[in-house]
Write a protein of this length. Sequence first.
Lengths: 368, 368, 368, 368
Amino acid sequence: MAFSLPTYRAPDFSTRPLRDCPFVVFEKVRKTGVAPENYHATSIYPEYFHLREGHWQLLKDSRMDCVVVLEKKGTLTAREFRHLRKGDLVALGRRENGEEGIYVHTRGFDLNRSGTDKFAFRTQFTRETSFSIDYDQLYDLLEFERKNGFIVWVLGPAVSFDKDAREAFVAMVKRGYVHALLAGNALATHDVEGALFGTALGQNIYTKKTAPLGHYRHLDAIRAVRSLGSIRKAIKKGAISEGIMHAVVKKNVEVVLAGSIRDDGPLPEVIGDVYEAQDKMRAVATRATTVIALATQLHAIATGNMVPSYRVTGRGQVRPVYFYTVDMSEFAVNKLANRGSLTAHSILTNVQDFVVTVERGLRQACSK
Amino acid sequence: MAFSLPTYRAPDFSTRPLRDCPFVVFEKVRKTGVAPENYHATSIYPEYFHLREGHWQLLKDSRMDCVVVLEKKGTLTAREFRHLRKGDLVALGRRENGEEGIYVHTRGFDLNRSGTDKFAFRTQFTRETSFSIDYDQLYDLLEFERKNGFIVWVLGPAVSFDKDAREAFVAMVKRGYVHALLAGNALATHDVEGALFGTALGQNIYTKKTAPLGHYRHLDAIRAVRSLGSIRKAIKKGAISEGIMHAVVKKNVEVVLAGSIRDDGPLPEVIGDVYEAQDKMRAVATRATTVIALATQLHAIATGNMVPSYRVTGRGQVRPVYFYTVDMSEFAVNKLANRGSLTAHSILTNVQDFVVTVERGLRQACSK
Amino acid sequence: MAFSLPTYRAPDFSTRPLRDCPFVVFEKVRKTGVAPENYHATSIYPEYFHLREGHWQLLKDSRMDCVVVLEKKGTLTAREFRHLRKGDLVALGRRENGEEGIYVHTRGFDLNRSGTDKFAFRTQFTRETSFSIDYDQLYDLLEFERKNGFIVWVLGPAVSFDKDAREAFVAMVKRGYVHALLAGNALATHDVEGALFGTALGQNIYTKKTAPLGHYRHLDAIRAVRSLGSIRKAIKKGAISEGIMHAVVKKNVEVVLAGSIRDDGPLPEVIGDVYEAQDKMRAVATRATTVIALATQLHAIATGNMVPSYRVTGRGQVRPVYFYTVDMSEFAVNKLANRGSLTAHSILTNVQDFVVTVERGLRQACSK
Amino acid sequence: MAFSLPTYRAPDFSTRPLRDCPFVVFEKVRKTGVAPENYHATSIYPEYFHLREGHWQLLKDSRMDCVVVLEKKGTLTAREFRHLRKGDLVALGRRENGEEGIYVHTRGFDLNRSGTDKFAFRTQFTRETSFSIDYDQLYDLLEFERKNGFIVWVLGPAVSFDKDAREAFVAMVKRGYVHALLAGNALATHDVEGALFGTALGQNIYTKKTAPLGHYRHLDAIRAVRSLGSIRKAIKKGAISEGIMHAVVKKNVEVVLAGSIRDDGPLPEVIGDVYEAQDKMRAVATRATTVIALATQLHAIATGNMVPSYRVTGRGQVRPVYFYTVDMSEFAVNKLANRGSLTAHSILTNVQDFVVTVERGLRQACSK
């Protein structure tokens, strides 16, 4: 079934009480990196700012936990605290229904919620929730987004640990379902280890046999890349001829590899400064229309922080951003929800199976 | 801080629309064990049945997923389907607001729920939820219930696997915080194994050393009890001189040991027929005012099925029943919630620590 | 790749020290249900009993935690303690290398273990272990077993909660990959609920919408079956026309539904006495050559207790029994291992994905 | 019971075959950051390098996954790949028994391993393992280390989420059981949020009530610190007057706050470059004699990478380094083991309970 975007309904600012709301007040930053008191912080929802009579401006490219800066040209920007410069004009006000000129719009898209019984079963989301429909909808969504959107994958290393999953992911890259990849040193390292030695942390990704001196393998992989200068160069020179990194580089997929304190090496492309990495991730996140985060709390939450629930397209259309997390534990999934990302869809399973299943589903959906 | 029972507010049946509701209709059972169509099934909440003009009768000793039978003496009973006899009069109607003479009362006790912000963090319950207040409240509650209530503990075998936890539980039994014990063959077996050999499944419950031929230990424990005739006899004869089973027998705590297909043995007191076991468990559950279930999905859910959210005391007072589950995983806890037991409190931790902490907290609270 | 059974190498009893071992001693049971002291308890491994000069008899149809009874006709039987009758002759001795005429043979099949490095990664089995090869081997194994073995599935209710998984399981039943089904009241109830209403515990197994008054659905399903007399009759009369129970009944798959204290209802076919249920399960387990347990600790461990690591075929050949557990948590899997079932294979994933993937894999393997 | 260090037994290099081993070969680094081929990588164990006739030098201040550099003054250093400079002399050889002049010594301390039965239960470590002895040993160990060692705590944010746990940790800091603290922006942020508002991510750390506009709280906390310049200044000025950060600053505990891509803010003291953070962490880790990591995979694994299994004290004594991880899931714990840290002790529980229990245990042990 073909996917179609849900209709967005903007608030009606022409009627009371919104019509009568005050304009939003902006105050100057006095100290770099420090917002004025009573700053407004963004949520994941569309937010409108009453700038002048009859004009409520929708914040584009939002993300949660930022302040809203009025740029000189009159546009609004969601900005991280650390990027505030002295003199920046920051929106004030914490009330959400226009009382201070700010309106947080949580019901722009139809979200049919079910259930008004006094007594009900299955109110909690768990591993026993049915996921058949999620897969079916995901196939349709990805098919749509491949041409009309921007699909960002956020990968923990697990995908590189299993032969079938790794190959399935590569196949999706090749067929255009991956527009950007956010990951860390580990994913890239073990993928390269797989390309060079067929192992991940020394264990064969198919036979599961532990290679003799297997604990050298990831170090040898890192060393090989460092000696050639970069992953890209290693691919160019033919040293790396398959795998996830090979596929994304060949396909010109945008990649951000963010460093962490767990890293060995690191690989040359890995960004050691996490706030610089955040900036690069946000540059990608800002274009995302669908995000799929697999088996990584660190990168999933980091990306979740940066991705709002909506996107304003080039043609000014407001559409949802779809956010999927796939993990084995209810805890990981709830953790994201507890950071405010209530609109995320979750599938509780092993990402190995998830990737293989999605790739196969896309192939079959396509061939129909 | 001393615990006091919250006030119960009954519905006001003297005003509309409740005043004008029809009487509840009863229909005869035609086939033993089979309810008439459109039977009403109970929830965990107080339910009132409109029997005659101006008289709405509150169902006492309820439990969920039962039908309501009008007894000859005019009282109402929540009865399991398997206990329906031909000719029993069963209440009909599934609407919950009096439309069919049945009113499900979900708001009898003040439950202050928080939060109306459009955007909020920490809406999900996880292992990172703070539990300090739960412990403090539990100390007060158990102190109150020791004298005024009926405290039912539901134990998985884990408590018998650890020396400190086992001793702490025994101390609580001795001091009167345990009025009934619901468990299975495994808890009793490993507790007896501990009493006889200091091990659980062959591993020392303190040193963790695996005994040589340790896999014989639980079988030897079962054999010892079987050869003496029962746990009670083994205690009487001095063969078992310490541990959980010893303490509850000595203290005349009510015990139901329910069988399962996992059982070795079984021990003589274990009830092999699970529906007979259910009946015995319900006889206990019907008196419960506080239930604490530790590290057992099977017994926790079984007991949760039988325990409603309220109890009508001897003096006709309606009070809450407190239900705690302690487990390591969000899944286990959600599983209970998904069976309708939304009023359960949960603490996510290792039951070893929980039991030790509660026993110590009760001791300190007492000595103040 | 076609599957072939590994070769079994029996111990060489013709050479020392085994040649010189004493005969095993048997002692009479004096009290029904109580083994004599120093009884020998079985493991999961092939065990040989030195009965007379030059004759070491291999125990057939073994299972762990039983005693070995010398039958009148001279054969040996692994018997549960509860089935011991006064006068039964029970093998004595706990040493495993023939010192008491009993030899436990752990190395009959080649098990190539890897790794002798002093320092190694990935020594623990986790969700990040690669499972590609497990799937591939499972396809081959099931294809082989379909014709040459006896495949027992042990199902928690989760498989009935998801449309795709439920359909995939049905497809495997129809194509002959399921020779026996061990489950509980919940699996059957929610499967029947699915057949009648398309829901599980009131939630649609595809759309995930909660039906109004959804908490009645499983009770209505149970009621429907009880009123018709049994699942079989409900199928015969056309009341149940699809789903897992429908498929296994139509295909004459052996089914044991074991009761538990969690059960509502129960359904008529459910065996309320757990030790009677164990006997029926063991009658199935005794024929098993491959067991696959999905998302159930209770039934998986119960079955694991009954399934040894080997089977003596009709032609006297000794072959391995393959035991797979599929679950979401390392804990569940380790729990089985800690009961002695060290030879079990485990796949850590959501059983929904597992069943769908296996069914698809079998179909593709078949069509090659 | 007083703790005493186990005796270390060095290998005997005076006898064959070690006596006859070749000297270790060193090769120059040709490209900065790239080790020569066949470099030797360190493990967590004591490693000896045969430098000249009769002299095997033990590597001090080791950590795994580094190369060994021969310094100009003749000493050996374990160095990360990224710190290799052109011309550095790197030890070659991967064999572990002296064949290339390198000896990896895994058995320096008595590690009594149990069990040679062919069939055994409880071979896996799980939440059901008994932890009583671990607590008792930990009290003794920490009492010893307080005076004689260097205790490093590695904290995820969870400890700051619960009032009792937070207070217990502060008490341990005050009494000298915390010599260094490794954590991230989140721990510090939510601890400061607790100091300023009594909340963590907007939820009261005792009452669990969600504050109105609670999602502003951590941002306000960060803003407050940023406006004052640093956590230290905020403490000096009295803005922060209690909590974990307050306690460690007042007590001059060494603190490393490492940045991650999940960070809001960040707080001024947080190190944004993860490799610079690693260097600072290693400077601490190099002195660690006991490490306790609570509820953080990221920081626990990062620290685990840097901490070897032994330490050479000022007086040249070789002693073990104790490494504890406390977490709720077997997966987290296995993850560390799978990175080679096989010597880590693990306790599976909620860190809230762990911290409260340890603090109380230390107090009681002390007062004896």
